[in-house]
Design a protein around this ligand. Structure first.
Ligand code: 3HC
Length: 272
């Protein structure tokens, strides 16, 4: 997701600092961005000169201090509240006092991250969707501490990247994941209960509802450990049985069958 957000931002003309804890993983994210741009050149969607200009705007770093000059920071680390809180605490000390600190969290409370900083009015959610370069939506999440100015800037940023922002309150799952994940979770239960096969459930939702991909293909795209984390956060907030993760999903995460990321999830991607 980090590489997708960097691609979207650099294509919009922003100077991007792409930071990961390990330089090798920051470099790998740039390599993935380069591959994505390369595909666009091959398909005639992007000029070679524009690809080079986009790549020239992205700098891969490992030192958090390199973010000191950024006007907007979009955190996109693991869905773990303690890790995010710790990062926001550090960012608050490193970044300029007017910088907006945003989170790309799928479900976690934005206010918890905001309250780790001395600028809770300048913290909000900027939530992209997979694959970020393709999906038009950005959810701009308004924490109870976010100022109108912060929300307006976040919206303007999303629009400048060619995205269609919607505004949503700081409740687990926001709009999309609160509605999408009961559906995905119930698809896993349906498979567990042998109501229909994986392929028939995926085909039914594509052909019957016009969805671009069925629930199992989508779970593999989103990645199963992230999906489990999203369901756990939703269940923790609402205690709704629809959010209680299907046991099969949990077993697959334990077995490291995480979807496209590991080459195997509900589908096997290693054969291709
Ligand atoms: N990165 C960049 N571009 C990609 C891409 C990727 N990973 N995957 C596909 N694309 C591009 C292709 O290059 C192509 O571009 P073009 O039209 O300019 O040539 C375009 O997307 C269509 O791709 P394909 O023809 O290869 O394949 P499809 O038409 O089947 O589309 C899809 C692929 C866009 C992934 C489509 O199946 C889709 O929209 N799926 C649903 C995705 C979805 O629901 N996402 C939301 C998940 S929830 C979430 O992200 C929340 C988070 O918090 C977890």
């Amino acid at each position: 997701m980090g590489s997708g957000i960097a691609e979207v931002s650099a294509k919009a003309g922003y100077e991007v600092v792409l930071r990961s804890r390990q330089q090798a993983s920051a470099d790998a994210m740039v390599a993935s961005l380069e591959k994505s741009l390369g595909r666009q050149v091959e398909r005639g969607k992007l000029e070679e000169a524009d690809r080079d200009a986009v790549l020239g705007r992205v700098r891969a770093v490992s030192d958090l201090n390199e973010l000191a000059e950024c006007d907007l920071v979009i955190e996109s680390i693991v869905e773990d509240l303690e890790a995010k809180k710790d990062l926001f605490n550090q960012l608050d000390r490193i970044c300029g006092e007017n910088a907006i600190l945003a989170t790309n969290t799928s479900t976690l409370p934005v206010v918890e991250m905001a309250m780790e900083t001395g600028r809770p009015d300048k913290v909000c959610g900027v939530h992209f969707f997979n694959p970020a370069p393709v999906m038009a939506l950005v959810e701009v999440v308004r924490s109870i501490t976010s100022s109108d100015e912060t929300i307006a800037t976040a919206r303007a940023f999303a629009e400048s990247c060619g995205k269609s922002p919607v505004e949503v309150a700081d409740r687990a799952g926001f709009i999309v994941n609160a509605l999408l994940f009961p559906y995905l979770n119930n698809a896993v239960r349906m498979l567990e209960n042998r109501v229909a096969s994986r392929d028939d459930i995926d085909a039914a939702m594509k052909d019957g509802c016009g969805f671009p991909m069925g629930p199992f293909a989508l779970l593999d795209l989103v990645v199963l450990d992230t999906s489990l984390a999203i369901l756990e956060a939703l269940y923790a907030e609402f205690k709704d049985a629809n959010y209680a993760a299907a046991p099969a999903l949990r077993r697959m995460v334990t077995a490291n069958k995480l979807g496209r990321k590991t080459g195997e999830g509900f589908y096997d991607y290693r054969k291709a």
